[in-house]
Design a protein around this ligand. Structure first.
Ligand SMILES: O=C(O)CCC(=O)C(=O)O
Ligand SMILES: [Fe+2]
Length: 292
């Protein structure tokens, strides 16, 4: 299978035939990264000054925005600058939503909003703990935000003004990865999900699915032999481009790049075109029981 599915659209609301949409949905659900090399998220003149790492708070990886509350977090900006960041990220959230609704119309009813992020800091050489180090190959799983089986669908746009690509590597397919790590993952401890929620460590119940995905994420990153030797492919994501990928399915790592916007959506497995392609169904098959 090709890693990339290249789509030539240059608008956020492309008009598609229904068989075309089915084909793109199948590609995405199968683990291809949909790259739109000509879909650029244009900044307005009044937003250009937001292209600086100084707007990061220096602690979190990303500036974060909640499309529902319109709150901006993890930025050093205040007042009018903070409002401008919120407006830019809000515009991005709306554009990403429109794009997903047009490319994958079957998802429209099931989509759940996640956060928007803005990444103005160079990704190469950024200090980090191993578990938080996104320069190591991993599938996404968020320790504090259990998804309870739902898919993690993410849209990224490289808005670098100097033509610098964002360099990723993509690892081997989930179907190879999961059986390799699964035997090393201990069963979830009974009662632990209740405890994590009660203590406020997780926002909601950490299901057995979340447990396995988080362990998979951590074990992959912690295994330096695996990181060095596993099959991987470099993917260069041009400035002025947009890409869409199920990051819970496709192992990925960021090697370098600066200035990126990203929108997360969650999608219930039942809203997929082919639920059997979800990490949930794949893991359930491997462990031989229901995980949510
Ligand atoms: O910043 C990036 O390009 C990707 C980092 C990553 O692994 C993620 O956002 O899930
Ligand atoms: Fe990731």
């Amino acid at each position: 299978m090709e890693i990339l599915k290249t789509l030539e659209f240059s608008t956020w609301n492309p008009a598609l035939q229904s068989d075309e949409a089915k084909d793109y949905t199948h590609a995405l659900e199968s683990g291809q990264l949909a790259l739109l090399p000509h879909l650029c998220f244009e900044l307005e003149a009044s937003e250009r000054h937001l292209l600086s790492p100084k707007w990061s708070d220096g602690k979190a990886k990303n500036i974060s925005y909640d499309p529902q509350t319109k709150m901006v977090k993890h930025t050093s900006a205040t007042g009018a600058d903070m409002e401008a960041i919120g407006r830019m990220m809000g515009r991005y959230a709306d554009s990403a939503h429109q794009l997903v609704e047009n490319l994958f119309p079957a998802y429209a009813k099931g989509l759940v909003w996640g956060r928007t992020s803005y990444r103005p800091v160079e990704a190469e050489g950024r200090p980090s703990s191993v578990r938080k180090d996104d320069s190591l190959l991993h599938v996404d799983s968020f320790a504090a935000t259990p998804v309870q089986g739902a898919r993690i669908l993410r849209i990224f746009s490289n808005i670098n003004p100097d033509g610098k690509p964002r360099e990723w590597t993509i690892g081997e397919p989930f179907d190879n990865l999961a059986p390799r790590f699964l035997p090393k993952i201990p069963k979830p401890v009974p009662g632990s999900s209740w405890l994590l929620k009660t203590l406020g460590i997780t926002k909601g119940k950490r299901t057995a699915y979340d447990h396995y995905m988080l362990q998979l994420h951590d074990l992959e990153k912690l295994d330096s032999h695996f990181q060095q030797t596993c099959p991987k492919t470099a993917v260069s994501l041009p400035s002025g481009s947009t890409w869409i990928v199920y990051t819970d399915l496709v192992p990925h790592a960021v090697k370098s790049g600066q200035y990126c916007l990203e929108q997360t959506f969650y999608l219930p497995v039942e809203a997929m075109q082919e639920p059997k392609l979800s990490p949930l169904k794949k893991l359930e098959k491997l462990v031989g029981r229901k995980l949510v």
